[in-house]
Write a new protein. Structure first.
Length: 697
């Protein structure tokens, strides 16, 4: 459906660009009209209509089958196995590596109350982290600590879960405070109104120094806690609330005085957990024999105790080192036991996401583990894939993308969020990456290409939609990719000392994969020219050709890519000019590495006045060619939406900075700079894991 609708929108875009022909020569107009007629003959229109009719027929058949077999709709989350209600008891010997966090939380709980606490909201301490990190286990250790027991007059544990129920929480508190011995009297609580329950809680804790644990809180609506918060204030100074949650927003809503974001355990501690479960009854000598492979398996745990316990349970029935090595060499996301024990808690977090954000999350399966991902880059590819909608206002789409990223970050899907190279970036947790692979089940393929192999052979469960090819010296991009017509994304990366993608391979790719939205060949293509077959990629939104060290020419056919939003050729040092046809790319929002002739309106090369046609640009970096400025052409440029601009100038005109800014109407751009070193802001580090820092500024 997306393909059919996208093709129709592309037809409409082509019709809109007809007005761009007025300034072209008669011969150029004839050639362009011929190319467009070749691509969008009336037969093509009928083909789109036929595809839509076929899709509607398939949908009608699905609806008929639904009625025939009396199928009914149900929410996906209701079919997930529910987590058991948490308890306050735990065997302390079963939890390793959390003593420091436990002791720090206890110190906050036991600190003497300050005078200003009286009449103020009860201090709240939050433990935040993804499912399986041990939040509940730490809370249990704290709750059962002897010093904590003696410090508080009363303690209450209540399991909240994703379905927030104020009545249930109130009843749990009453039961916890009054004791199970009064169970007969507590049966009447079912008939109590919420106000009556809260009044009962008020009377039960009034004047008492209590500790309340709210385990597994999901709600982000602060109004849900209004009645409870008003009731909790009646406790004695020094009362505390301890919260466990997967969402940092919950900690903020509950105005936590201290928030603990749990770190991952070390592989050594994960190995200790695995050993204690898998080799519980074995002697020291046997443990030492299994230790080398056990430590390697421990690295697969990604620092999560839940994964370590699950793998320990799996390895308990493997009595040979060969059996352990089989587990080591297996993909975590394919293990059935991991699905049941580890991924079910993550599925709860996944289905708690808004539907559009889920689609953005699964795209992380496209990248390798431990990649440092630029947030700006991720938003650009989400936009290219249509995950952020089809609004023509790109600033709104970028804002939506930032909100989606924040939504994922608040739910602890990322780790290591920090600013690097002046950009906000993140790292996807190994287990989260495995979980994304589990959700996509073969739609995202990451491959190291075998040396000398001219075609790919892929073991997959579904037709691949997104392909990453990793190359190194002696390894080359394949000339044939099976089912390439379904691909939406292709990324190939390697090193600067070889050419992993041949011109023939690129031509075959462009002929096969006509549905591509993202093509990222940074440092991956060293041919002298981009094949003219690029005209086939009518759906392309994101094209990165940076660091193509031999690239000398872009084809005129690049003007066919009317959907293109990002084009980058930064670092292509032999690229002498941009073709005039780039003026047809009127949807561009980021153009990095543009080469502009400023001394005249050249009939073949992109010239300064042509920038007037690209009025949706938000980010621009360009190299100026020519020793004088044609002020008349420059005056045509009015890029009111431009947010960032970088201009590379030759020494001969570097003195005329103010003239350039005035001529281009760019003096009001929030961020601009001039420079003479073309690599200064190329945005690349040599490390493979950092090759996604594409945007500058």
């Amino acid at each position: 459906m997306e393909d059919a609708l996208d093709e129709w929108r592309t037809v409409l875009l082509y019709r809109r660009t007809d007005g761009a022909e007025e300034s072209a020569s008669f011969f150029q107009r004839k050639v362009r009209v011929f190319l467009r007629c070749f691509s969008f003959h009336p037969v093509r229109y009928r083909g789109i209509a036929h595809n839509i009719k076929e899709i509607n027929g398939r949908l009608d058949k699905i609806a008929e089958d639904k009625d025939r077999y009396q199928l009914t709709s149900t929410a996906m989350i209701s079919r997930l196995p529910r987590q058991g209600e948490s308890k306050s008891f735990i065997d302390e010997s079963s939890l390793l590596g959390r003593d420091d966090v436990k002791n720090e939380i206890i110190s906050y709980l036991l600190c003497e109350p300050r005078e200003e606490e009286e009449g103020s909201p009860i201090q709240t301490i939050s433990i935040v982290g993804i499912g399986g990190l041990g939040k509940t286990a730490i809370a249990q250790l704290v709750y059962n600590d002897e010093n904590v027991k003696q410090h508080f007059t009363c303690r209450v544990w209540t399991y909240v879960s994703e379905n927030f129920d104020e009545r249930k929480i109130a009843k749990d508190i009453i039961v916890g405070l009054q004791g199970r011995e009064k169970q007969a009297n507590l049966q009447s609580l079912e008939s109590f109104s919420l106000d009556a329950l809260l009044d009962n809680v008020h009377r039960s804790i009034e004047g008492r120094k209590y500790l309340l644990v709210l385990d597994d809180v999901w709600t982000e609506n602060d109004k849900d806690f209004e009645g409870l918060n008003a009731t909790f204030k009646c406790g004695a100074p020094g009362s505390r609330i301890l919260v466990t949650t997967r969402k940092s927003t919950v900690a903020r809503i509950m105005r936590s005085s201290h928030t603990f974001q749990l770190n991952n355990l070390s592989p050594v501690i994960c190995w200790s957990i695995i050993r204690d479960i898998a080799l519980r009854e074995k002697d020291q000598r046997t443990c030492e024999e299994f230790k080398p492979v056990g430590l390697e398996i421990a690295k697969k745990c990604s620092g999560l105790p839940l994964v370590a316990k699950t793998l320990g349970g799996l390895l308990r029935f493997k009595t040979s080192i060969q059996g352990w090595e089989n587990v080591l060499n297996s993909e975590l996301w394919r293990m059935e036991m991991v699905h049941k024990e580890v991924f079910v808690p993550l599925l709860l977090s996944y289905y708690d996401l808004p539907s559009p954000v889920r689609q953005c999350f699964t795209y992380f399966a496209f990248y390798g583990k431990r990649w440092h991902l630029s947030v700006c880059h991720m938003i650009s590819v989400w936009m290219a894939q249509g995950y952020l909608g089809l609004d023509d206002d790109n600033s709104l789409l970028e804002q939506k993308g930032a909100e989606y990223f924040q939504c994922l970050m608040d739910r602890s899907f990322f780790q290591g969020v920090k600013t690097r190279n002046q950009q906000l970036c993140c790292e996807v947790h190994d287990l989260i990456h495995d979980f994304a692979l589990f959700l996509t089940r073969g739609e995202c393929i990451s491959l190291k290409v075998p040396n000398g192999n001219r075609s790919l052979t892929m073991n997959r469960e579904r037709t691949p939609r997104h392909l990453t090819v990793r190359t190194k010296k002696g390894f080359h991009f394949p000339e044939f990719i099976p089912d390439a017509e379904k691909l939406r994304s292709v990324v190939s990366y390697g090193s600067d000392d070889h050419a992993p993608i041949s011109e023939r391979a690129m031509r075959n790719l462009f002929n096969q994969a006509r549905r591509l939205r993202v093509v990222d060949l940074a440092r991956g293509y060293h041919g002298s020219a981009i094949p003219e077959e690029i005209r086939n990629l009518l759906h392309l939104r994101f094209l990165n050709l940076s660091r193509g060290r031999n690239l000398k020419r872009l084809p005129d056919e690049i003007g066919n890519l009317v959907n293109l939003k990002l084009l980058r050729t930064t670092g292509c040092l032999q690229l002498a000019c941009y073709p005039k046809e780039v003026v047809r790319l009127t949807r561009l929002t980021q153009l990095l590495g543009l080469i502009v002739r400023i001394d005249r309106d050249d009939p073949e090369e992109f010239s300064i006045g042509d920038l007037a046609k690209l009025n949706k640009l938000l980010v621009l970096s360009m190299k100026i060619v020519g020793n004088t400025i044609n002020v008349g052409e420059a005056k045509k440029v009015k890029l009111q939406n431009l947010q960032e601009v970088k201009i590379l100038v030759d020494g001969d005109i570097a003195e005329a900075e103010h003239v350039i800014l005035e001529s281009l109407n760019m003096s009001s751009v929030p961020r601009y700079r001039f420079q003479t070193d073309y690599y200064m802001d190329d945005g690349f580090n040599e490390s493979r894991n950092e090759c996604l820092y594409y945007s500058w500024a």
